[in-house]
Design a protein around this ligand. Structure first.
Ligand code: C2E
Ligand code: MG
Ligand code: MG
Ligand code: MG
Length: 276
């Protein structure tokens, strides 16, 4: 009986495993097809100066609308792309497309363009070549392009710091994304020469609470104020958060639904006109 039970549960586990894996494989095949057919699109979320309320930049965010499955979140397909070796292709697609959609607007308005890249892209030499070449071909100034890297993936600080130096020598800017969600937060700050720190929504949320997190945030703001990097608060949804930052950290920047949702190219164009 014991033998039977162990064979039975073993089979069950392996069946579940195969089901889960084949679901993942088919999703990744769909993603590959969407990419090949140019059916992934970009939206752009504006970033604002807290004090003046002026728009200072946009962040390109990838969207995937599958015919059968509807909208699939980047929180799902980006990790999948990383696992299945599709990441580089996606990053190159995002880079080229963001440049071609934003180049004209960037000539007319002085904003920066942020692109999310994966740690693998940062560490590989050939992505930097691709990026520089695209910037040159499309006439985008490297000093107005910010590459966002996230600490979520963790990595060898020594390698990362060398890679960051290479991107900066080529004129590009680097942002540390999702600050406050990982493990090595403070050591990253002291060891990586980044231009911008993006405070994760989970920390921005604590502006309006009275928890231990709020105490942490108050002290983090004191620390960040003493640092040379530009600081962007993500996920601002309420006026109270913006008001708090206006009085406690006016030199910081904000991004979130309170200011604007991510917009497609046309809506961003209209937004820029109405903002004038
Ligand atoms: P992220 O880079 O931290 O981007 C910010 C996320 O917060 C975006 O989610 C944005 O739509 C969302 N957001 C902005 N303001 C608010 C707000 O006020 N409230 C709430 N609830 N959410 C807000 P999204 O577009 O779903 O992207 C999720 C993550 O997927 C991104 O986090 C980024 O890590 C990744 N991602 C998106 N596009 C790309 C891409 O082109 N390449 C790579 N490598 N990763 C990407
Ligand atoms: Mg980002
Ligand atoms: Mg972020
Ligand atoms: Mg985030």
């Amino acid at each position: 009986f014991i033998l039977f039970m162990s064979v039975f549960t073993g089979t069950l586990i392996s069946l579940c495993w195969h089901f889960w894996r084949s679901k993942k494989t088919s999703l990744s095949a769909r993603l590959q097809r969407a990419l090949a057919q140019g059916r992934l699109s970009l939206v752009y979320q504006p970033v604002f100066e807290i004090q003046s309320g002026t728009m200072s930049g946009v962040e390109a965010l990838l969207r995937w609308e599958d015919d059968d499955m509807g909208a699939i979140s980047p929180e799902v397909f980006i990790p999948l792309a990383e696992e299945t070796g599709l990441m580089r292709q996606i990053t190159e697609y995002v880079t080229a497309r963001a440049f071609s959609e934003m180049r004209e607007l960037m000539q007319r308005h002085p904003f920066t363009l942020s692109i999310n890249i994966s740690l693998m892209d940062l560490l590989a030499d050939d992505y930097l070549h691709f990026l520089s070449e695209q910037a040159r071909l499309q006439g985008v100034t490297p000093g107005r392009v910010i590459l966002e890297i996230t600490e979520r993936q963790g990595g060898d600080l020594e390698n990362m710091s060398c890679a960051i130096a290479r991107f900066k020598r080529a004129g590009f800017l680097i942002a540390l994304d999702d600050f406050g969600t990982g493990y090595s937060t403070i050591s990253w700050l002291s060891q990586l020469d980044v231009d911008e720190i993006k405070i994760d929504k989970s920390l921005s949320d604590s502006i309006t609470t009275h928890s231990l997190n709020k105490t942490l945030l108050v002290n983090l703001i004191l620390l960040l104020k003493s640092m040379p990097q530009k600081v962007v608060f993500e996920g601002l949804e309420e006026a109270e958060q913006v008001n708090y930052l206006r009085s406690h950290f006016p030199q910081s920047y904000g991004q979130g639904w309170w200011y604007s949702r991510p917009l497609d190219k046309i809506s961003l164009q209209q937004f820029l006109i109405s903002d004038k």
